[in-house]
Design a protein around this ligand. Sequence first.
Ligand code: ACO
Length: 359
Amino acid sequence: MADIMAAKIIGTGSYVPDQVITNDDLSEMVDTSDAWIRERTGIRARRITETGTADMAARAALKAMENAGISGDELDLIIVGTSTGDWLFPSTACEVQAAVGAGRAVCFDLSAACSGFLFSLNTAAVYLDSGAYRTALVVGADSLSKTVDWKDRSTCILFGDGAGAAVLRREESAAGTEKTRRGNSEDPAGPDSPGAPESLESGGIGPFFMGSDGNRSEYLTSPSTSLRNMFVEEKPTGYMAMNGQEVFKFAVKTVPEAIGHVLAQAGLAPDDIKYFVLHQANERIIASVAKRMKQPMEKFPVNLDRYGNTSGASIPILLDELNRKGMLRTGDRLVLSGFGAGLTWGASVVTWQASAGSI
Ligand code: ACO
């Protein structure tokens, strides 16, 4: 009888639009400057889509599938982490399904703002590890450019559009040769620790941690585009609204805590981690996390200087860059961690395994 193995990432892909908006471009639109934006955030430029979230998601997905060496009919599950779908319905995942020819797959979107990819990755891994599905496509795609008020300098400087994707596959082996690493009642970490590992040796996704706090939802809000000016008269603009300082304080506290949690579950120390692949919101947040983890900045790759905060896309775009630059080797331990509106936050350990998709 086959034993179920942990889901692994077997391919990655990403896409950013061609249209670039630099800090100097923005300084002609609002009262800001390249120096202010760089010093406060690390951002130099961002990309803006003309085609929308689903198109970017599909382009990233096709690249990940090519990288993994799979065709659409091999996909059982597609989850798109997005809060900026082009339509309230159909879901972006169903649009991606049509674009990549994944006629057998079940498809749905997952809304967790900038944590969208991380939550989607963990959700897909649980489905695969349960034995329900074998091959999944996970996409993080957002076009926050359509939610910001381009006259509001406190938000419009931060965001950019993009998409990133990963293909996950669960292999099966002879009984007893390998264990799953999901939590169960016998976990040393206890039943309250989802994703606690039995073994990390074989690669895969986990352990993971996800958190949410709806009591602080007012820190970061954006009305649904089609409902703007209907049910949200109390909002001053109908666009994204953000308490930047509170989000900053929340991020620098909760991200290291989430990372500490998954490292403890995995029995790993920060020194065991090759790269911390963090949500790309602000370089000062990343530097603060590095300092709290007592780790060098070299272990915290950054691309927000080129793309700004691409919300749910930032982690998979960065992961794809690491993969395509050949910076990942079998056995490398990565930590993925993000935070966003909701509030939502989380972290996952990924043990990389070279596969058909590795460069
Ligand atoms: N250009 C010039 N001046 C500006 C700009 C700008 N673009 N924006 C704000 N200012 C001014 C303010 O008006 C203020 O002026 P004052 O002192 O005269 O009142 C001054 O700069 C300082 O403003 P702060 O808001 O205190 O600036 P801060 O150092 O906190 O930086 C920032 C603001 C960059 C937004 C920071 O708070 C931050 O990055 N927070 C986290 C935001 C974040 O990560 N959001 C994404 C969450 S993920 C998701 O789910 C979408």
